[in-house]
Every structure is written in structure tokens, then in C-alpha cells.
Design a protein around this ligand. Structure first.
Ligand SMILES: [Fe+2]
Length: 164
């Protein structure tokens, strides 16, 4: 996606490219890195489950491109890149593993919020295209992100209790 955006379709595809970038970054960098970092078994299991799910999110973004007759493309998402940088900066300063797990859980919660916000925005743009099929694809992922957010909140609660 480059150049000027002159139609709702252009606008949608440009935003979709940023979301695909986020999902690919999660699959290829962030989640595998997190798997190596976490100590808590339940948090590790949640990360593994979400990694598998995120492969599906990548596939749905790619499917949405093809549904609109476009080749899947990805474009850097500045917000998600910033969140990943913040996560690495703080992780580098952490010394206590249990504190680290609580932090990783909180960072994952922040990422889910970012993704849910991104999919909500994409769904609004998809409505301008009148493509229910594309909207449904995005809503499926958005709902999975929301379920993951709930799971992470419960996990964070347990991690907090362990620290008390
Ligand atoms: Fe996702």
C-alpha cells in the first residue's frame, strides 16, 4: 500500500495492511519471544493458545485482502511498534520473575486493547464498502481478541494474588 488514498476501498486496504503487520509481528516476533520469557505455566499456556489463534488472525486479514481483489500487503503500525518497544524497555529493567509475569500479562492486555480498537476501526471502514463478508471476518477476530482479553484479566488477577 503506497501512494494516495482516494476511495473507501483504498482507505480500508491501507488500514488492513497495518493490522496485518501487527498480527504478523505478534506471530513471528512478540508471542514467540514472550513464550521464552514467561515463568508462569498458565500464562505460558495462554500465550501458546493465543499464538495459534493469531495464525488464524493473519489468515483472516489475508482473506479480507483477497475478498476485495487485492494481494495481501503489510504496512508498519506505529502504535503497535511503540507498544513492543515499551515492552522491551521495561522487560530489560525487571529483575524479579513473578513481577515480570505480571508485567507481561499487563502488556498483553494493552496489546489486546490495541487490536480490538484496530478491528473496531476496520469494521467501520468495511461498512463503507458494503461488504458484510469482510465485516464478518474482522468481527470474528475482534471477538477472539475480546475473549483473550478476558482470559488475560483473570490470569493477571491470579498473578497479582501470588505477589501479595
Ligand atoms: Fe490478533
Amino acid at each position: 500500500m503506497s501512494g494516495k488514498l482516494s476511495s473507501p476501498r483504498d482507505l480500508f486496504l491501507a488500514s488492513l495492511a497495518q493490522m496485518l503487520w501487527v498480527e504478523r509481528m505478534l506471530v513471528f516476533e512478540v508471542l514467540p519471544e514472550l513464550q521464552r520469557q514467561v515463568e508462569s505455566e498458565s500464562l505460558a499456556a495462554a500465550v501458546e493458545e493465543h499464538l495459534a489463534q493469531t495464525h488464524g488472525h493473519v489468515a483472516r486479514c489475508e482473506e479480507a485482502f483477497r475478498a476485495l481483489g487485492a494481494e495481501p500487503a503489510s504496512a508498519r503500525h506505529a502504535g503497535a511498534a511503540g507498544l513492543a518497544d515499551q515492552h522491551r524497555e521495561t522487560t530489560a529493567k525487571l529483575a524479579e520473575p513473578r513481577l515480570a509475569d505480571l508485567f507481561h500479562a499487563s502488556a498483553a492486555i494493552a496489546t489486546e486493547h490495541l487490536e480490538i480498537a484496530g478491528y473496531d476501526a476496520l469494521i467501520e471502514l468495511a461498512r463503507a464498502l458494503g461488504r458484510d463478508d469482510v465485516e464478518r471476518l474482522l468481527a470474528e477476530t475482534r471477538d477472539e481478541e475480546a475473549q483473550t482479553l478476558e482470559k488475560l484479566r483473570k490470569l493477571a488477577e491470579k498473578l497479582r494474588a501470588q505477589l501479595a
